[in-house]
Design a protein. Structure first.
Length: 141
């Protein structure tokens, strides 16, 4: 098998949807489908946009532990990343991640108070393909 991290990045790059899991107030996992991250730094940092009033934002403010999953259903491959989420509302990051199509959801534009960013920082990962799994560590800065 080639470089696992490179294969994981390639899989992630080609997905339009990901699945983000949080821990709810009762200690159970809660998973949501999300549009693919708007911006990322390798396998370490991912920026996703969401609504400030969403349940997941409340969950991450209470418990930052998270899991981000990408799946290539055609070839039955996947990448699981475990880490933490920070809820970001500062203008600089909101402007960096903004997409023109967001006005459909946030008519106030980049400064809409209902728009925020989830910054997922991974610590460990697991790549699955061909009925095998490989674990890998993420080098945090």
């Amino acid at each position: 098998m080639g470089n696992i991290k490179e294969m994981a990045e390639s899989l992630i790059e080609n997905q339009g949807v990901c699945f983000l899991s949080a821990v709810d107030k009762n200690g159970y996992p809660s998973t949501k489908a999300m549009l693919a991250p708007r911006f990322r730094e390798g396998l370490q940092v991912f920026y996703l946009s969401t609504n400030t009033n969403s349940a997941k934002v409340s969950q991450y403010r209470f418990n930052s532990k998270a899991c981000l999953y990408f799946c290539d259903s055609k070839y039955y491959r996947g990448v699981t990343l475990q880490g933490t989420v920070e809820v970001l509302e500062d203008k600089e990051i909101k402007h960096m991640v903004w997409n023109k199509g967001n006005t459909l959801f946030y008519p106030g534009g980049e400064d809409d108070p209902g728009y925020c960013i989830l910054k997922f920082t991974s610590h460990i990962g697991r790549y699955y393909s061909n009925f095998q799994s490989w674990d890998f560590r993420i080098q945090n800065k």
